[in-house]
Design a protein around this ligand. Structure first.
Ligand SMILES: Cc1cc2nc3c(=O)[nH]c(=O)nc-3n(C[C@H](O)[C@H](O)[C@H](O)COP(=O)(O)O)c2cc1C
Length: 171
């Protein structure tokens, strides 16, 4: 058995898309079986005991993880599991803000849960839908902007990380 579970928390869907890309690579390139679960439905989440590898991803808003995703870190023991963790954060997608994002949105959260010892972690860029950018312009101008106003995700970084995980999970 080598089963992988991806659980995530999202507010605007960027984390969901990163999870889908990671799942695709693990399945196609590493022939792993992967289940994926949005933690907004927390209680019905698949049972941890059925999995060897757990990937946990959260979007960041005002410096915070999605509540249920941090709760998942807190409430599970992950004994004998390979755990990998990532965040989707617009700061992390900017060269000059990356270190700040990694330290404050990832390292500091993990420090709170020392029972979680990840085999890999990553801070990816994010996407802010334009409707979440209030007061930038009135509707007439907003209507002409591209669908997503700020998107600093680096898909090659997401894919490279997925391959790193594939290698760790199949060792
Ligand atoms: C209201 C709001 C607040 C945000 N606050 C932060 C922040 O404090 N730090 C950061 O890095 N990104 C911030 N972002 C950007 C999000 O991290 C980015 O949109 C991320 O990709 C969201 O992931 P999700 O779509 O999975 O929720 C914010 C976005 C919004 C809309």
């Amino acid at each position: 058995m080598n089963e992988t579970l991806i659980v995530f928390g999202t507010r605007y869907g960027a984390t969901t898309e990163a999870c889908a890309e990671i799942q695709k690579i693990l399945e196609r390139e590493f022939k792993l079986h992967v289940e994926i679960w949005d933690l907004k439905d927390y209680r019905a989440c698949p049972d941890l005991s059925d999995f060897d590898n757990i990937i946990i991803g959260s979007g960041i808003e005002y410096g915070k993880w999605v509540e249920n995703t941090e709760k998942y870190l807190k409430e599970n023991k992950f004994t004998d599991k390979k755990v990998a963790i990532f965040i989707s954060s617009s700061y992390a997608g900017e060269e000059d803000l990356y270190d700040y994002a990694k330290k404050n949105f990832l390292d500091k959260v993990l420090e709170k849960y020392p029972h979680v010892q990840p085999v890999a972690q990553a801070a990816f860029g994010g996407r802010i839908p334009k409707k979440e950018l209030p007061n930038i312009a009135d509707e007439r101008l907003l209507g002409r902007l591209p669908e997503f106003q700020i998107d600093n995700r680096d898909w090659d970084k997401v894919r490279d990380w997925a391959r790193e995980l594939g290698n760790i999970f199949t060792q």
